[in-house]
Design a protein around this ligand. Structure first.
Ligand code: F6R
Ligand code: MG
Ligand code: MG
Length: 393
């Protein structure tokens, strides 16, 4: 008798939302974690989920789930939605700050995308050993992952495997998502790295959404791309992205992935989602944004995925090897803070669209006086779609 073993695909779904926190936008309350855990435990008992881990990055509640229903599964999204609703109910009971903040809609309609939560999901056949890293950031936006994702999958000065591992040597494909136009373009590294950088160097608009190994089109990484203010049409806090990365044995090593975060690059977010600040990788116990509501933090958890079960986690940045990164981030934070409300600490006008800045300009409209005889500045010579946040007409 021949036994045919059907290989089943595992889906990793990381879905997050800010449903309220203690003492301002600082840290989630354990009771909201417990509420979400109860909902996910029920889904596990019913066989909808195979496994899950509920945690937080600062004021964001993070649901790390494994199952066999593929990406964008209505059942899984409904479970996540119910977990957030339940946690938000508890948050309201406790009077937590900004309770229910990211749940922009009352009604669930099959998918949490567009309703407020951030989503990073990938489906794959498990390798014999399947290590992954889950990254969760607070007080920043999805484009914060652009620079590290490029370094991990396209920069041999970061990832030596691109040069010396035959499976990595063919390079990676980058799916880049334009959040203003809801369109994406897929580009190849290394041949097209200059063009890739021309786009993703504008992280408020072009976001590395997925990365595939070119050797066999295996999914390597996925980033949540939801931008709350663009969904809500007003400022509703930063988007606080999540990402999942497969590591080792044909993918970049865990250390190559983490190495990309050893440089605390500047990201948009921080206080009122309106300032540039360094992204500080921290152990989970330090994932609470205190100084000027920041600086923006990054938590990394490592897991093994086995038969769709989650083994772990390991707190990846809980290591003195990142002390100097954190120290440099503090120095950068000090330096930037001294600029107060000035750019480039404060974001540029195109990113301030959903704050009070347009209201200030509106209020002053009647008080601006024409200056007679003054030379009118010429229109900018270069009009670039890259720099415009306005959708094409
Ligand atoms: C940033 C963030 C905080 C708040 C700030 C003001 O994403 O959540 O920095 O923007 O604390 O919060 P409100 O307007 O709720 O008083
Ligand atoms: Mg908050
Ligand atoms: Mg947050």
């Amino acid at each position: 008798m021949v036994v045919v073993l059907e290989r089943v695909k595992t889906t990793v779904s990381v879905i997050k939302a800010d449903i309220g926190s203690i003492a301002g936008h600082v840290v989630v309350h354990p009771d909201t974690i417990a509420a979400a855990t109860r909902v996910l435990a029920e889904a596990k008992a019913k066989g909808i989920l195979v496994d899950f881990y509920v945690t937080n990055a600062g004021d964001d509640l993070e649901l790390i789930m494994t199952h066999r229903r593929g990406v964008d599964s209505p059942e899984i999204h409904e479970v996540a939605w119910n977990a957030f609703r339940e946690a938000a109910r508890v948050a309201k009971e406790l009077g937590l700050y900004a309770a229910g903040q990211d749940l922009l809609s009352e009604a669930f309609s099959g998918n949490v995308r567009g309703l407020g939560p951030g989503v990073a999901e990938m489906e794959f056949y498990e390798r014999p050993s399947e290590p992954i890293a889950v990254f969760m950031a607070d007080k920043t936006e999805p484009g914060a992952f652009n620079l590290p994702m490029f370094r991990v999958f396209a920069d041999p000065f970061n990832t030596s495997g691109l040069v010396i591992d035959p499976k990595l040597h063919h390079g990676f494909k980058f799916e880049i998502y334009d959040v203003f136009e809801s369109r994406s373009v897929t580009m190849n590294a290394p041949e097209e790295i200059y063009d890739i950088l021309a786009l993703i160097g504008t992280p408020g608009r072009y976001i590395v959404r997925r990365v595939y190994r070119r050797l066999d089109d295996e999914i390597a990484a996925v980033v949540s791309v939801e931008r709350l203010s663009l969904i809500a049409g007003r400022y509703v806090g930063k988007d606080d992205p999540v990402a999942v990365v497969r590591v080792q044995a044909g993918f970049p090593a865990m250390g190559e992935v983490l190495e990309a975060f050893a440089f605390p690059h500047l990201v948009a977010g921080w206080m009122r989602g309106s300032h540039h600040g360094p992204l500080m990788p921290v152990p989970q116990r330090y994932a609470k944004c205190t100084r000027f509501d920041g600086p923006p933090r990054l938590v990394g958890l490592g897991f093994q995925v086995k038969n769709s079960r989650l083994i772990g986690p390991v707190d990846l940045f809980d290591d003195p090897a990142f002390d100097e990164t954190r120290r440099l981030a503090q120095v950068i934070a000090d330096y930037l803070r001294r600029h107060g409300p000035f750019m480039p600490h404060r974001l540029g006008p195109e990113e301030m669209e959903y704050t009070t800045l347009p209201e200030v300009l509106e209020k002053l409209k009647g008080r601006f006086q024409k200056v007679e005889g003054a030379v009118k500045a010429a229109e900018p010579r270069v009009k670039s779609e890259l720099l415009s946040t306005k959708p094409e007409e």
